[in-house]
Design a protein around this ligand. Structure first.
Ligand code: HEC
Length: 104
């Protein structure tokens, strides 16, 4: 029994960590990280700031998905975010949800 538990625990940890790691990998793959960091402003706002701004808004995920794909300007400062035409809907949704969750 102890052995089974010992095997299960690391597995659970790996499974719990996987979605976050996958989303960070997506952000790297689509070069979001060139302009965004999780906890500090680069060219674009920190993802944690984005999560704070939209916390509690019920259609936030859909809105952010649209801005991630279509680009954005005037919401955070003078620098606009270019549209991301090569981003699939599925990847945009994953990134929007991940960012809203604080990009953890
Ligand atoms: C060339 C730099 C650049 C790249 C690449 C970039 N962003 Fe941005 N992003 C910005 C800037 C600048 C803003 C602020 C725009 C504004 O003021 O409206 C922004 C804003 C955002 C916002 C907030 C939008 C809102 O409606 O408040 C999110 C979410 C976001 N970016 C996610 C992403 C994701 C995900 C990627 C990768 C697919 C990405 N960004 C790639 C520069 C960039």
């Amino acid at each position: 029994m102890k052995r089974i538990l010992a095997l299960c625990l690391p597995l659970t940890l790996v499974l719990a960590a996987a979605p976050a790691a996958a989303s960070m990998a997506l952000a790297q793959k689509h070069a979001c990280v060139a302009c965004h960091a999780v906890d500090k402003k680069l060219l674009g706002p920190a993802y944690q700031e984005v999560a704070k701004k939209y916390a509690g808004q019920k259609d936030a995920a859909a809105q952010l998905k649209a801005t991630i794909k279509g680009g954005s300007s005037g919401k955070w400062g003078a620098i606009p975010m270019p549209a991301q035409p090569n981003l699939s809907d599925a990847d945009a949704t994953t990134l929007a949800t991940w960012i809203l969750g604080g990009a953890k």
